[in-house]
Design a protein around this ligand. Sequence first.
Ligand SMILES: N[C@@H](CCC(=O)N[C@@H](CS)C(=O)NCC(=O)O)C(=O)O
Length: 204
Amino acid sequence: MQLLYSPTSPYARKVRMVLIELGLDREVQQIACDPMGEAAKLAELVAANPLGKVPVLILTDGLGVFDSRVICDHLDRLAPSRGLIPIAGAHRDRVLATQALADGILDAAFSTVVERRRPPEERSASWLARWEAAIRRSVAAMRNENAGEAPRDLGEIATAVALDYLLFRLPSLDWQSTNPAMADWLAGACAWRSFGATRPPAGV
Ligand SMILES: N[C@@H](CCC(=O)N[C@@H](CS)C(=O)NCC(=O)O)C(=O)O
């Protein structure tokens, strides 16, 4: 299997953390690509995912599996003994809803990053304000037990990825000062091996 990813993509980071936590990282060749780069260099990416987005997992039969939630579900079924997604019941709903909240923060944050790169006269102040409000409400809604030595489930992985992406790309939001409990939780999550091994490169 191959994973097309970008080192700065938080959605790809979630998948890469899942690979490590499930002990599958050696079975998947990870190939870096820039989805926002030159169209001519993206033939392999768009062949695997017509949306032109990373991450994409290319299975041994050539099928491109996307998006990150579908990839995580696929990988989790390959390693049922570890299991990051509960098989059924209210616990499953909670884990998947936690992932959805974290991914929703990423959607708003990624849109903000892209919007801020446009010329000032083309930026939409109303969309930027709407995304910021959604991020602030969503971080305020986050709850977690103390971070253990390793993530308990996919919801915890997605939460750590989303909060760290905000620090990486939108530090001026300063979500920590209004959410100190989640800041403490993230400080604990920083010790996870999968978190440290997938940090985005500085200065990109
Ligand atoms: N919902 C998708 C989002 C993936 C996504 O937006 N990836 C970004 C990189 S962080 C991308 O490839 N963007 C390229 C584009 O929007 O054209 C997932 O969970 O995989």
